[in-house]
Write a protein that binds this ligand. Structure first.
Ligand SMILES: [Zn+2]
Ligand SMILES: [Zn+2]
Length: 142
């Protein structure tokens, strides 16, 4: 079993949630993909590989995986988390404009932004959502 699947199993078990065939299938798509996928794309991939699933079920599974921080939601698409055990707010993604590949990076700036916003705007920061768009190293070669 993959590391990703066993993390899913552990957390689902801890919550008393069942690992259905649907969960296994959605997880198997997310662990292989190098590009963030929409719920519809996940549905289509499963249908094409002979494992049909309805979109509502995919939504429900994705909601759970996001809630337990094993996948990230990025601009309406979904991608597995590279370091679920990293509980900081420093998870961010480099997303390639050309091939759509995503790479997770960990940037530790939250404290400084929080302090600056508190000082200058008296704003209490909860989270920062940030994506970095550009070209990945492979696409820059071509
Ligand atoms: Zn992450
Ligand atoms: Zn690329």
């Amino acid at each position: 079993m993959s590391e990703f699947m066993s993390s899913v199993q552990n957390v689902f078990f801890a919550h008393g949630w069942r690992i259905t065939a649907g969960v296994q299938n959605v997880v198997s798509v997310l662990e292989k993909t190098e590009r963030p996928l929409s719920s519809t794309e996940i549905c289509t991939q499963l249908e094409e590989s002979g494992r049909p699933i309805d979109l509502t079920t995919v939504y429900r599974i994705l909601d759970r995986l996001v809630a337990i921080h094993l996948i990230h939601s990025l601009r309406g698409k979904f991608f597995r988390c590279a370091e679920p055990e990293n509980k900081t707010d420093s998870h961010h993604f480099l997303i390639c404009d050309n091939c759509g590949k995503a790479e997770e990076i960990f940037l530790d700036y939250f404290k400084s932004i929080e302090q600056q916003l508190h000082r200058e705007k008296q704003f209490g920061l909860r989270e920062v959502e940030m994506s970095f768009c550009g070209l990945c190293s492979e696409c820059r070669k071509n």
